[in-house]
Ligand binder design. Structure first.
Ligand code: UDP
Ligand code: MG
Length: 139
């Protein structure tokens, strides 16, 4: 069963390029409500833990370096069918494969520096939201 929440990050490349506002605007315009939000920066250790599921992949070291290279915006979002609809809104991992109208098509610079994160399942949305937010930080 689909739940109504997902988790996102505006990644360091998009923050660096002053694209927080335009990306959040696309998210709101697509009907997602903000349940929790914070501007923060991951240590290498925290980025490694967040992406532990990818620890055997060849890009893991680069991914950890990149995700700890600058501040990010983390958020829990709510909408009916949130996980699937948000993956559709962000587009393919590689922006050259992303559809017109998606966030990655508009703002990602490469497959690695691809502007936004979106949870890939309801289970991971809950795990990832809990990584960043306590129950007192959700409204
Ligand atoms: N990534 C990368 N090289 C790759 C695949 C992924 O650098 O070949 C990075 C990229 O930042 C991506 C993240 O690792 O967003 C997580 O990969 P995943 O396959 O989960 O893609 P996503 O779910 O973000 O589309
Ligand atoms: Mg993923």
């Amino acid at each position: 069963m689909a739940t109504n929440r997902t988790f996102t990050m505006v990644k360091p490349d998009a923050v660096e390029k002053n694209n927080i506002g335009p990306i959040l605007s696309m998210i709101n315009q697509a009907g997602f409500k903000v349940i929790g939000m914070k501007y923060t920066r991951l240590t290498k250790e925290q980025a490694g833990a967040f992406y532990a599921v990818h620890s055997e992949r060849p890009f893991y070291g680069e991914l950890v370096d990149y995700m700890s290279s600058g501040p990010i915006v983390a958020a829990i979002l709510e909408k009916e069918n949130a996980v699937a609809d948000f993956r559709k809104l962000i587009g393919a991992t590689d922006p050259s494969q992303a559809e017109e109208g998606t966030i990655r098509k508009a703002y990602a610079e490469s497959k690695a520096k691809n502007a936004v994160h979106g949870s890939d399942s309801d289970e991971n949305a809950a795990i990832e939201g809990n990584f960043f937010f306590s129950m007192l930080e959700r409204f």
